[in-house]
Every structure is written in structure tokens, then in C-alpha cells.
Design a protein around this ligand. Structure first.
Ligand SMILES: *Cc1c(COP(=O)(O)O)cnc(C)c1O
Length: 434
């Protein structure tokens, strides 16, 4: 399969190039050249298939031309080895719990898949030098990527994070791993971390000396596999004998990688009637739906902080998928936006009415279903992280204690190892090239 740049369809790459480079040479995002329709027979038997079987079928349509069957199957079965249950919360509303992976957040799926695919490409390449993955994180991305790549041969990961600005739970998930993972504690802000990573990518001499890549949702190997679990959500509804003719999915959205993978899944035939892009106060996409104008702005801080994005990278992919048509986009996606007070209110009310503990991100999407779902529709919202990852916030809001899952407790007991640097590029460069 050929991948083209959203800035210029004449700039193309193979899957391997797209995964190793991340961004196209003109800074555009890669999109698959063809969208393969899955056969009707697949959807007829999907209710009887496992998460791994479904993921492998979808992965074959995406990557089957570029990766041998048995290798792809190994990658998929290994990456998707945890459950993603669909849980009824209230009436016609279901939670797709994406938090049963190693770091208890949905980013585990893409990070684990990408790590294995990159490891594979590196092992069969003539140039066996180490690939260095650089990630700047304000919390969740760093932990998913670090754990996804832990122990993968030929790959080193550098996680940069702002000192004192991530929670203890988040920090423990990428600073206690050791092996091929280096955590870099930057005395500065998240923006400083991002600037350091950007500088490294633009440093010509450094790039000649070593292989550098990124692992955020601009990378096709991280973003596309996220569509697997939308198929599995549909399968679980089908299996339970529920009406699947009117399924609506609400996605808590920040950089729009998650929802964009689902939109491509729909184009491949997944019978989802429509999507709701749920935003916190960072609602440039919501505004775009209302006005047809895209006006990025600086992000503001909210209690659903993994969605605090003022200029979502994957918006370029959404536009490209719908051939820049505002009308076509509005046909498949509606939007919602909620402030912190509304998010908290939803978490509290849902807990007292149903006993279900929402995390702040999932709560944004749950509220969108409460407000926008018709009676004859079945709603699925994505629970993108375990509420215990935001324990202090969640406990304060719902007024009850929540227990820490064993996986999180185990991270908390590890020993923190970090390299401390200032926000100065020279120091970072030295760590990379030593
Ligand atoms: C990253 C993240 C999101 C936003 O996902 P996008 O793909 O960036 O839209 C939502 N919730 C949680 C918990 C996240 O970590």
C-alpha cells in the first residue's frame, strides 16, 4: 500500500517509510492510498469472533500487502492480548472500556502495535542501527509508548516530561522501567519538552548520525490500529442480540487520532450510523462544525487534560478523508463541548445514579450521549483511561474512594530513574548522541 501526504498527494511512501519517518517530508500526515471494503460475510460472523481475530482481519486489509501473514498475525495477537469489554451503564448507553491494557489507557493499543511493527521493520532492514523514538509527554502518551516499546530489540525510547507537572502515578509508569527506556526530566513546561523533540528532528547533523522517529498519533502505525476496537465494540453488541442498525459512537477527542481511525473504519464498511466528537473547553473542532472555519488556538487546561489540544494534528486527516467537504464531515460527525463543571457534574450524577465511575475524559463522551442520543439509537462511548489514573480528581468529584488496580500499584513500587536536564537543546543532544 502506498501512503500519501495530506499536504501533497504526490509525496508518497511505503508503509515502512511512513512508520520509520512518522511525518512526510513536507510535514504532511500520511494517509493510505486505498480504503479496502471488508466483505459482508465478515460482518455476518463478527459477533462470534474474538478481539484478536477481528483485529487480524482488519489489520490484513490495512497492512496485508506489506507484512507477511504470519508476522502480521503475531504482531496483532501480541499487541491485542487484553480484553476491551463493552459494559452497559444505563439504558441504551454502553461504555467501551479501553483501560485494561498495561498502562490502563487506550493509547496502549496503538503504542504496542507500532512498537512491534517498527521492531519487525528494523529487524529485516539492512541497516540494523538502533531506532530512537522520541516522545514529549504531559502524562499518558509517555507511559503507553514506554511500556509498548519496553524490551523491543533495536529500539530505544526517550520520554521527555516536565518536572513536577505530571502526577505520581503517571510518572511512575515511564520512569521505573529501565532497559531500553530513558526518562528525561526537563526543568520546564510541556511546551519546552516538545520544542526539544522538534529541535532534534530538525537537527540535520544528528539525523545523519542516528535514526530518530516519533510515536504520537501522527504515526500511521499508532493511529490506524485504533480502529480495531470499534469493530470489536460493534461485534459485542451484535453478539448480545442488540439492535445494531442505529449505533452511535461518542469519542472523547483531543488530537483526533482516535476518532479519525474510526472514520476510516466506517469507510471500510463498519456499520456505525454516526459519530460524536466530544470536546472539553478546547473545542476548535466543535467550532469548525458550527462555522466551517478552522481556527486553531492555544490550549487551555481542563480536568480532562489529555484532550487539552488547541490545534489537533489529525484534523488534516479528517479533512482529507472527506475531500475537504464541511457538509460531508457534518454528515458523519456532530460535536459537543463541555466545561470542567459540566464534566464533574456528569461524573457525580452518573456515579450516584448508576454506580459507574467515569474518568474525566470518558465523562465528556458520556454526557454527549446523554444529550444527543435518540431513543431508537444505541450509544457507545469510549472510556479512554481508567479512573484511578486521575484518582485525586475523581475521588474529589464523586466523593468516594476508588481502589488502585494492581497494575498501577506495581508501577508505584518501582524505583524512579531519570536523567535531569534544563530546557536547553545542547544538553538533550548530548544525551541522545552518547
Ligand atoms: C490521548 C487521550 C485522549 C484523546 O485522544 P485523541 O486520539 O488525541 O483524540 C482522550 N482520552 C485520554 C485518556 C487520552 O489519553
Amino acid at each position: 500500500m502506498i501512503y500519501y501526504s495530506t499536504n501533497n498527494s504526490k509525496i508518497t511512501a511505503t508503509l515502512e517509510e511512513a512508520v520509520v519517518k512518522g511525518l512526510a517530508s513536507d510535514r504532511g500526515l500520511f494517509m493510505p492510498e486505498r480504503i479496502t471494503k471488508l466483505p459482508a460475510s465478515f460482518f455476518e460472523k463478527i459477533g462470534g469472533m474474538s478481539l484478536q481475530e477481528i483485529s487480524y482481519t482488519v489489520a490484513s486489509a490495512l497492512f496485508g500487502e506489506d507484512v507477511e501473514d504470519d508476522v502480521l498475525k503475531g504482531i496483532v495477537y501480541d499487541a491485542m492480548n487484553f480484553d476491551i469489554p463493552l459494559v452497559n451503564v444505563d439504558g441504551n448507553k454502553y461504555s467501551l472500556e479501553l483501560f485494561h491494557g498495561p498502562t490502563l489507557a487506550f493509547k496502549d493499543v496503538g503504542a504496542r502495535f507500532m512498537a512491534r511493527l517498527l521492531g519487525y521493520f528494523n529487524s529485516k532492514s539492512d541497516d540494523k542501527s538502533t531506532v530512537n523514538v522520541l516522545v514529549a509527554t504531559s502524562g499518558d502518551t509517555g507511559s503507553a509508548v514506554a511500556n509498548g516499546f519496553l524490551g523491543v530489540d533495536g529500539v530505544k525510547v526517550f520520554v521527555l516530561y516536565p518536572q513536577g507537572k505530571v502526577s505520581d502515578i503517571q510518572e511512575s509508569q515511564f520512569t521505573t522501567l529501565g532497559k531500553n527506556i530513558t526518562a528525561i526530566e526537563v526543568s520546564g513546561t510541556f511546551d519546552d519538552c516538545q520544542a526539544l523533540v522538534k529541535n532534534a528532528f530538525m537537527d540535520k547533523a544528528l539525523n545523519e548520525q542516528m535514526k530518530l522517529t516519533s510515536a504520537n498519533s501522527i504515526n500511521v502505525a499508532r493511529f490506524l490500529p485504533q480502529m480495531f476496537y470499534y469493530f470489536y465494540a460493534y461485534a459485542q453488541l451484535a453478539k448480545s442480540g442488540k439492535d445494531v442498525s442505529n449505533v452511535v459512537v461518542a469519542v472523547p477527542s483531543g488530537n483526533f487520532g482516535n476518532i479519525c481511525s474510526a472514520l476510516i473504519g466506517k469507510a471500510m464498511g463498519l456499520p456505525i450510523k454516526r459519530f460524536i466528537a466530544a470536546n472539553n473547553r478546547n473545542d476548535v473542532f466543535y467550532q469548525y462544525l458550527q462555522t466551517g472555519k478552522y481556527e486553531p488556538r492555544k490550549s487551555v487546561q481542563t480536568i480532562a487534560n489529555a484532550m487539552d489540544v488547541g490545534d489537533p494534528s489529525n484534523f488534516a486527516r479528517v479533512l482529507d478523508l472527506y475531500r475537504q467537504s464541511h457538509e460531508a464531515i457534518c454528515g458523519d460527525i456532530s460535536g459537543c463541548t463541555y466545561n470542567d463543571e459540566q464534566i464533574a457534574e456528569t461524573m457525580k450524577a452518573t456515579y450516584s445514579r448508576t454506580g459507574y465511575v467515569l474518568d474525566p475524559h470518558g465523562a465528556v463522551a458520556y454526557r454527549a450521549l446523554e444529550e444527543c442520543l435518540a431513543e431508537n439509537e444505541t450509544g457507545i462511548f469510549l472510556e479512554t483511561a481508567h479512573p484511578a489514573k486521575f484518582r485525586d480528581t475523581v475521588e474529589r468529584i464523586i466523593g468516594a474512594e476508588i481502589s488502585l488496580p494492581d497494575k498501577l500499584r506495581a508501577f508505584m513500587q518501582g524505583t524512579k530513574q531519570t536523567v535531569k536536564i534544563g530546557a536547553d537543546y545542547e544538553e538533550f543532544r548530548q544525551i541522545l548522541s552518547r
